[in-house]
Design a protein around this ligand. Sequence first.
Ligand SMILES: Nc1ncnc2c1ncn2[C@@H]1O[C@H](COP(=O)(O)OP(=O)(O)O)[C@@H](O)[C@H]1O
Ligand SMILES: [Mg+2]
Length: 354
Amino acid sequence: MSFLAINHLKKSFGPTTVVHDFNLEIEKGEFVSFLGPSGCGKTTVLRMVAGFETPTSGNIIIGGKDVVNLKPNQRNIGMVFQAYALFPNMTVAQNVAFGLKVAKKPQAEINATVQEMLSLIKLDHLAERFPYQLSGGQQQRVALARALATKPQVLLLDEPLSALDAKIRVSLREEIRAIQRKLGITTIFVTHDQEEALSISDRIVVMYEGKAEQVGAPFEIYNQPASRFVASFVGTLNTLDAVVRDAATGIITVDGKDVQIGPRLNGHKSGDRISLAVRPEAVSLGDATEKRETTLDGKINSVHFLGSVIRIRASLGENIVSFDTFNNPSAPPPEPGENVKVSLAAKDLLVLGH
Ligand SMILES: Nc1ncnc2c1ncn2[C@@H]1O[C@H](COP(=O)(O)OP(=O)(O)O)[C@@H](O)[C@H]1O
Ligand SMILES: [Mg+2]
């Protein structure tokens, strides 16, 4: 049985329902991200798990026990917020000790735990500093240590990296993941950043308008998106208009060229207009080099030289695709307006459902 189960969770504020029939099961030690645009209900679900918000209906089971009627401090949950929520008048060590003091632990145990937590986040040397003497990244590490000090059974992180600059975000997310693995603590990490969610999660819950649109491992969410929303929100996505030429044999027409896509046309009949989702990695510049690729005529719209990677936008008839090529020092990139050949890997085209 799962360690944390959220069943038919619903939350309305007055007449507005912001979380609809949300269901999720999380295994012990798992790292699950909630990924979705601002306002889709991520924080509201997290706050219900933590006990800061009461569900309109549904239940939340942690370790076999329904916690919906328990107060936040009875749930044994650690939480880290986006904004630095450290106590400004307390040192790092006092901040980390806070929950243990409230729980009236013996002083010797508090000292030992604070020491253990500070070495876990590698800030032993800053124990006597105050929050204003720390960088944003250091403050979030202290917030993490404070959340973990009481040995919670679940760790909840609500966009803990979004106030930090890009480089720190990447190193801190890896540090959070490493600490989470080391402690084996069941974790929910909220983010609106798809790269963040893809890079550190065991599983991702893609949320949209208060619902879980898809739950799956990062590889699955990215490569087999269950809906048009998931396909477009997770990763860069090109959509191409196409027409089914022969549903039985799986042939479609894209910009006047036949593309054999095989048995992915379930439910469509010849003559239907369909939308195809194409990841940038299924598109390349130049003639097709493999049998399962189709070459189309394109015209370059824009070229952005980013260093190791060159980002290209090109028109294919009515459609526009965006894709990347690697820099090649001996072959300069094409120019805007240039006519080029663009090849599509037919096996990587997704037929979009809804
Ligand atoms: N206390 C509240 N009263 C009324 N509406 C709220 C309250 N808290 C959140 N909401 C609304 O619920 C929706 C989801 O918010 P939230 O869970 O914060 O989204 P996210 O964290 O995904 O950005 C938003 O439309 C927000 O305005
Ligand atoms: Mg939020």
